[in-house]
Design a protein around this ligand. Structure first.
Ligand SMILES: *Cc1c(COP(=O)(O)O)cnc(C)c1O
Length: 461
């Protein structure tokens, strides 16, 4: 059978771009457990969520019935400025590895923020604007989300207050300045500006912060400022919904050439890019239409899936957010400083947690030096300088391609290349100088984190 030559890059036309997001919950047989109000222990209502989130986003958060939700025209217009993202056939990497595997990656780094996060930032800013709000508050770890959100807010003329994890604020001054250029205000977290920040600083003087702390500060600020709401760049159901654009485009591009993937791989921080990429494919698995091997890749230093517990936990350290049932290392778990800032969250998307729990997905934990070795190998042949987070997926894609080399199998591998690493050159420098270290938490370290998981009746079931 003669094979049609697959181009280096498969692009969709503007007309072929998705007009609906895909909500995996609509097809899930076992729905993820609802968010709980920590005060009452009851599921969060729309009214309660609307205190913190925009009305429309609160509705999306709770919608577990509609598999397809229309993308408003204004958001589709913005998407057209940097999408569709190409699906790239990694011919050069295949050649270098001498593998019979066929490798594809979906590249989300083609925008100034440098990652997939803009897909949800623009949606969240749009709904805030539509509701007539003045602005939004958020946290950022490595800075990608804050950057994406500040771009989206400047587009719609919204104020944007970002709490940036202190260690990143200090290590990544350039990220901070990109955000300020787009008009955002950036505060290192924990800060003295909020009650929860002051409390955390009193308990842990000299702490370099964590995403969980920064979330608490951003939520408090949204609640105390009229006309502001809080927005989050990962974990939530609404974010995974917006990120489904990645998987829908990937599927449309593959279908265009009749390609059926065997393995789909993504890195997992809070789960938004992974959920967005694999959602439409997992949907097919749940509906019994297809079968794929889906692999989540996380850092060994923050192993939520591979070593976490599937329990109700807080998403933030200050314990003011709703409780989510997810794979978690405990809300007090502060991971060792790693160079993959975007993967340092203690919890995981409740939707993906359920998908993993139900056996539709597997997970692997990898160490950072092997991740950077994969990043370097990839950059040298494919040209793109990948983000450390994205490189977790590269590492496992290469592992799988090498297995094919041993067995002679011609598997088709698709992975998500979530972004570029231009702001991560200090990390690359450490790797290039041979001084990068790996850290794997001991069971004792993890037990300390687990002790923060609340002892509520649901967790004793
Ligand atoms: C934030 C980020 C991630 C991880 O976040 P998810 O919500 O798990 O997708 C991965 N890659 C890049 C480049 C990021 O900025």
């Amino acid at each position: 059978m003669s094979e049609q030559k697959i181009p280096y890059k498969i692009y969709l036309s503007e007309d072929e771009m998705p007009k609906y997001w895909y909500n995996l919950r609509g097809d899930m047989k076992v729905k993820p457990e609802p968010l709980l109000n920590p005060d009452t222990g009851k599921p969060m209502t729309h009214e309660e969520l609307s205190v913190v989130f925009c009305d429309e986003l609160a509705a999306q958060e709770l919608d577990e019935d509609n598999a397809y939700i229309e993308i408003p025209q204004e958001i589709r217009d913005f998407y057209k400025m940097y999408r569709p993202a190409p699906l790239v056939r990694a011919y050069c990497l295949e050649e270098k590895l001498q593998t019979p595997a066929k490798i594809y990656y979906k590249f989300e780094g083609n925008n100034t923020s440098g990652s997939h996060k803009l897909n949800s930032a623009i949606a969240q800013a749009y709904y805030a604007k539509k509701q007539g709000l003045k602005g939004v508050t958020t946290e950022t770890g490595a800075g990608q989300w804050g950057t994406a959100l500040s771009m989206a807010c400047s587009y719609f003329g919204l104020d944007c207050k970002v709490y940036m994890v202190k260690v990143s604020y200090e290590q990544k001054p350039h990220r901070r300045e990109v955000m300020r250029t787009y008009g955002a205000s950036v505060t290192p977290s924990p800060s003295m500006e909020t009650e929860v920040g002051r409390k955390i600083l009193a308990e842990h003087p000299g702490t370099t912060g964590s995403l969980g702390c920064a979330i608490s500060e951003a939520v408090e600020t949204a609640k105390n400022n009229e006309g502001y709401r809080y927005v989050l760049g990962s974990v939530l159901n609404q974010v995974m919904l917006h990120q489904s654009i990645i998987g829908l485009e990937t599927k449309a591009a593959l279908d265009k050439y009749g390609i059926k993937p065997d393995i789909i791989i993504g890195c997992a921080g809070g789960g938004s890019n992974l959920g967005g990429l694999v959602g439409p494919f997992v949907g097919e698995m749940i509906r019994g239409e297809a079968d794929y091997q889906i692999i989540a890749v996380e850092p060994a230093s923050c192993p939520s899936f591979t070593r976490g517990q599937f329990k109700y936990d807080f998403c933030d350290t200050g314990m003011i957010c709703p409780l989510a049932k997810m794979y978690t290392l405990g809300n007090g778990f502060i991971p060792s400083s790693s160079h993959s800032g975007g993967l340092r969250f203690h919890g995981m998307s409740p939707i993906l947690s359920q998908v993993y729990h139900d056996g539709y997905m597997e997970a692997r934990a990898v160490e950072q030096t092997e991740v950077f070795a994969a990043a370097q190998e990839f950059a040298r042949v494919e040209g793109i300088l990948p983000a450390p987070e994205s490189s977790h997926a590269i590492k496992v894609a290469i592992d799988e391609a090498m297995k094919c080399k041993e067995t002679g199998e011609e598997k088709t591998i698709v992975f998500g290349l979530t972004g570029t690493g231009y702001f991560d050159m200090l990390a690359y420098q450490k790797f290039n100088d041979g001084v990068m270290t790996d850290y794997i938490p001991t069971d004792e370290d993890l037990a300390k984190g687990f002790s923060y998981i609340p002892d509520i009746p649901k967790n004793r079931e």
